[in-house]
Write a protein that binds this ligand. Structure first.
Ligand SMILES: Nc1ncnc2c1ncn2[C@@H]1O[C@H](COP(=O)(O)OP(=O)(O)O)[C@@H](O)[C@H]1O
Ligand SMILES: [Mg+2]
Length: 244
């Protein structure tokens, strides 16, 4: 059974079909890349899966269960975690508190305060943020705020993790660390869907890639198939390469 699937998922903003008739399947343990030019509908698709938005039509299933239209907190507790392209940390709370919130919220309050602290410490270590746990999250560097987003999402104990451009704005060293982090998350058994413009990361990490353009899925395949696809090169990879 697919762990996550969408069937002709469509979302309009006014007259604009931001996501149009997109069907997709993700299998347990996979890392799936979601690429496409800016405005292609990638983040909107994540918002639909995590229920920040409700689709106009189509169905989204998690482990075979129709989750379309469920409340976001419910989806989170069922096992779908996410990060945000524009980091949405709580800037005035400490780094530790940001992750504890994920642990407490994601489990519906069934975890003790001590247990949440222990788990947050473990996850801060896991993402590479151990020494700064009492610092206000807003004072972290951009790269570290991205790590914090990942730690908070992991604290909700997701089975599927949606990563929205966690490498955007990072330098080469930081990208290397982020790639290594994604690999460790996968090794821990979490299924990953990642939106990313960093082609090196997408091509190295992903088992499969889906390409969106103007809200439609225009291609899907292994990294080598996608790298060879003339449509994808024309629409996206050519542009990404030109942009460096
Ligand atoms: N909340 C919103 N209200 C209106 N339009 C939106 C909203 N979110 C996204 N859009 C539009 O939908 C399209 C897809 O956006 P988005 O999903 O953010 O693309 P991507 O993540 O691929 O860059 C864009 O044209 C964007 O302007
Ligand atoms: Mg986006």
């Amino acid at each position: 059974m697919h762990i996550l699937e969408g069937e002709r998922v469509t979302k309009y903003f006014g007259g604009l079909a931001a996501v149009s008739e997109v069907s997709f399947q993700v299998d347990p343990g996979e890392v799936v890349g979601l690429i496409g030019p800016n405005g292609a509908g990638k983040t909107t698709l994540f918002n639909l899966i995590s229920a920040s938005l409700v689709p106009n039509s189509g169905v989204i299933r998690f482990k075979g269960k129709n989750i379309t239209g469920m409340a976001p907190y419910h989806i989170c507790r069922m096992g779908i975690g996410r990060t945000f392209q524009t980091v949405k940390i709580f800037p005035n709370l400490s780094v530790m508190e940001n992750v504890r919130i994920g642990a407490l919220f994601g489990c519906g309050g069934r975890i003790s305060a001590t247990e949440a602290t222990r788990k947050a410490e473990e996850l801060l270590e896991f993402v590479g943020l151990p020494q700064v746990s009492s610092t206000p999250a807003g004072s972290l560097t951009f790269a570290n705020q991205k790590k914090l987003e990942v730690a908070r999402a992991l604290a909700t104990q997701p089975e599927v993790l949606l990563l929205d451009e966690i490498m955007a704005g990072l330098n080469q060293t930081e990208i290397g660390q982020a790639m290594e982090l994604v690999n460790r998350i996968r090794q821990s058994g979490v299924t990953i869907v990642m939106i990313e413009h960093v082609m090196k990361a997408i091509m190295n990490i992903c088992d499969r890639i889906m390409v969106l353009h103007h809200g439609r899925k225009i291609a899907e395949g292994t990294p080598s198939e996608i790298a060879k696809s003339e449509t994808v090169i024309e629409i996206y990879l050519g542009e990404a390469n030109a942009a460096g």
